[in-house]
Design a protein around this ligand. Structure first.
Ligand SMILES: [Zn+2]
Length: 158
Protein backbone atom coordinates (compact mmCIF):
# COMPACT_ATOMS: atom_id res chain seq x y z
CA UNK A 1 0.00 0.00 0.00
CA UNK A 2 1.77 3.13 -1.24
CA UNK A 3 1.37 6.52 0.36
CA UNK A 4 -0.84 8.57 -1.99
CA UNK A 5 1.32 11.63 -1.30
CA UNK A 6 4.92 10.46 -1.66
CA UNK A 7 4.66 6.84 -2.82
CA UNK A 8 6.43 5.44 0.25
CA UNK A 9 5.52 1.81 0.96
CA UNK A 10 5.96 1.91 4.71
CA UNK A 11 3.00 3.06 6.74
CA UNK A 12 1.66 2.31 10.15
CA UNK A 13 -1.94 1.76 11.20
CA UNK A 14 -3.15 4.47 13.54
CA UNK A 15 -6.74 3.38 13.79
CA UNK A 16 -8.82 0.46 12.58
CA UNK A 17 -12.49 -0.21 12.86
CA UNK A 18 -15.09 -2.66 11.57
CA UNK A 19 -17.80 -1.45 9.24
CA UNK A 20 -20.94 -3.32 8.11
CA UNK A 21 -20.81 -5.92 10.82
CA UNK A 22 -17.14 -6.72 10.20
CA UNK A 23 -17.37 -7.55 6.50
CA UNK A 24 -15.26 -4.43 5.97
CA UNK A 25 -12.41 -3.07 8.03
CA UNK A 26 -11.40 0.56 7.67
CA UNK A 27 -7.84 1.46 8.55
CA UNK A 28 -6.33 4.89 9.04
CA UNK A 29 -2.68 4.77 8.11
CA UNK A 30 0.17 7.17 8.51
CA UNK A 31 3.02 7.27 6.01
CA UNK A 32 6.35 6.59 7.71
CA UNK A 33 8.16 8.98 5.38
CA UNK A 34 5.97 12.07 5.10
CA UNK A 35 3.37 11.40 7.87
CA UNK A 36 0.46 11.90 5.44
CA UNK A 37 -2.59 10.07 6.75
CA UNK A 38 -4.77 8.02 4.42
CA UNK A 39 -7.51 5.42 4.67
CA UNK A 40 -7.64 1.86 3.39
CA UNK A 41 -10.52 -0.58 3.31
CA UNK A 42 -10.22 -4.29 3.68
CA UNK A 43 -13.11 -6.43 2.54
CA UNK A 44 -13.90 -10.11 2.92
CA UNK A 45 -14.37 -11.65 -0.49
CA UNK A 46 -17.27 -14.07 -0.60
CA UNK A 47 -15.80 -17.51 -1.16
CA UNK A 48 -16.46 -19.07 -4.51
CA UNK A 49 -18.91 -21.90 -4.49
CA UNK A 50 -18.46 -24.40 -7.28
CA UNK A 51 -20.97 -27.07 -8.15
CA UNK A 52 -19.57 -30.36 -9.37
CA UNK A 53 -21.95 -32.24 -11.63
CA UNK A 54 -22.21 -35.98 -11.85
CA UNK A 55 -20.09 -36.03 -15.02
CA UNK A 56 -17.39 -34.01 -13.26
CA UNK A 57 -18.21 -30.69 -14.96
CA UNK A 58 -17.79 -27.65 -12.72
CA UNK A 59 -19.98 -24.63 -12.63
CA UNK A 60 -20.18 -21.58 -10.41
CA UNK A 61 -23.13 -21.88 -8.03
CA UNK A 62 -26.02 -19.86 -9.45
CA UNK A 63 -28.42 -18.86 -6.73
CA UNK A 64 -30.86 -17.27 -9.20
CA UNK A 65 -31.02 -20.40 -11.29
CA UNK A 66 -31.79 -22.42 -8.17
CA UNK A 67 -34.50 -19.94 -7.17
CA UNK A 68 -36.11 -20.10 -10.59
CA UNK A 69 -36.13 -23.90 -10.50
CA UNK A 70 -37.86 -23.78 -7.12
CA UNK A 71 -40.25 -21.10 -8.36
CA UNK A 72 -41.21 -23.27 -11.31
CA UNK A 73 -42.03 -26.18 -9.01
CA UNK A 74 -44.07 -23.87 -6.78
CA UNK A 75 -46.11 -22.36 -9.65
CA UNK A 76 -49.71 -21.81 -8.60
CA UNK A 77 -49.16 -23.51 -5.27
CA UNK A 78 -50.46 -21.88 -2.09
CA UNK A 79 -47.16 -20.54 -0.77
CA UNK A 80 -45.85 -17.04 -0.14
CA UNK A 81 -44.55 -15.15 -3.21
CA UNK A 82 -41.03 -15.11 -1.86
CA UNK A 83 -40.99 -18.75 -0.77
CA UNK A 84 -38.70 -19.81 -3.62
CA UNK A 85 -36.27 -16.96 -2.94
CA UNK A 86 -36.16 -17.62 0.77
CA UNK A 87 -35.57 -21.30 0.16
CA UNK A 88 -32.76 -20.53 -2.31
CA UNK A 89 -31.16 -18.20 0.23
CA UNK A 90 -31.42 -20.82 2.95
CA UNK A 91 -29.88 -23.45 0.67
CA UNK A 92 -27.01 -21.14 -0.30
CA UNK A 93 -26.40 -20.33 3.37
CA UNK A 94 -26.34 -24.01 4.22
CA UNK A 95 -23.91 -24.80 1.40
CA UNK A 96 -21.61 -21.97 2.44
CA UNK A 97 -21.83 -22.91 6.11
CA UNK A 98 -20.44 -26.34 5.20
CA UNK A 99 -17.21 -24.47 4.45
CA UNK A 100 -16.29 -26.36 1.30
CA UNK A 101 -15.83 -24.51 -1.98
CA UNK A 102 -16.86 -27.51 -4.06
CA UNK A 103 -20.26 -29.07 -3.67
CA UNK A 104 -21.68 -32.02 -5.60
CA UNK A 105 -24.81 -31.08 -7.57
CA UNK A 106 -26.61 -33.99 -5.88
CA UNK A 107 -26.22 -32.14 -2.56
CA UNK A 108 -27.92 -29.05 -4.00
CA UNK A 109 -30.70 -31.20 -5.42
CA UNK A 110 -31.20 -32.95 -2.10
CA UNK A 111 -31.42 -29.63 -0.24
CA UNK A 112 -33.86 -28.28 -2.83
CA UNK A 113 -36.08 -31.34 -2.47
CA UNK A 114 -35.91 -31.09 1.30
CA UNK A 115 -36.96 -27.44 1.15
CA UNK A 116 -39.86 -28.13 -1.22
CA UNK A 117 -40.96 -31.12 0.79
CA UNK A 118 -41.57 -28.91 3.81
CA UNK A 119 -43.13 -26.13 1.70
CA UNK A 120 -45.57 -27.96 -0.52
CA UNK A 121 -45.89 -31.62 -1.35
CA UNK A 122 -47.16 -31.13 -4.89
CA UNK A 123 -44.22 -28.85 -5.64
CA UNK A 124 -41.94 -31.46 -4.16
CA UNK A 125 -43.31 -34.20 -6.40
CA UNK A 126 -43.07 -31.90 -9.43
CA UNK A 127 -39.45 -31.10 -8.72
CA UNK A 128 -38.52 -34.62 -7.75
CA UNK A 129 -40.10 -36.13 -10.87
CA UNK A 130 -37.89 -33.91 -13.03
CA UNK A 131 -34.79 -33.94 -10.90
CA UNK A 132 -34.75 -37.55 -9.85
CA UNK A 133 -36.40 -38.66 -13.09
CA UNK A 134 -38.18 -41.49 -11.38
CA UNK A 135 -37.43 -44.72 -13.16
CA UNK A 136 -41.07 -45.59 -13.52
CA UNK A 137 -44.49 -45.00 -12.05
CA UNK A 138 -43.73 -47.41 -9.22
CA UNK A 139 -40.95 -45.16 -7.98
CA UNK A 140 -43.19 -42.14 -8.11
CA UNK A 141 -45.97 -43.99 -6.34
CA UNK A 142 -43.61 -45.08 -3.58
CA UNK A 143 -42.57 -41.48 -3.02
CA UNK A 144 -46.19 -40.34 -2.89
CA UNK A 145 -47.06 -43.19 -0.53
CA UNK A 146 -44.25 -42.10 1.76
CA UNK A 147 -45.69 -38.60 1.84
CA UNK A 148 -49.15 -39.93 2.63
CA UNK A 149 -47.78 -42.13 5.38
CA UNK A 150 -46.03 -39.13 6.95
CA UNK A 151 -49.22 -37.12 6.75
CA UNK A 152 -51.07 -39.94 8.53
CA UNK A 153 -48.51 -39.87 11.32
CA UNK A 154 -49.17 -36.25 11.88
CA UNK A 155 -45.95 -35.23 10.19
CA UNK A 156 -45.85 -32.45 7.63
CA UNK A 157 -48.58 -29.93 6.94
CA UNK A 158 -52.29 -30.54 7.01
ZN1 LIG B 1 4.19 9.66 2.31
Amino acid sequence: MRCPHCGERDSRVVDSRDLDESATIRRRRECNACTTRFTTYERVEAARLVIVKRDGARQEFDRDKLASGLRKALTRRPVADDAADLAADAIEAELRAAGSTEVPSSRVGALAMEALRSLDQIAYIRFASVYQSFEDLEDLKREVDTLYAEKGNGGGRK
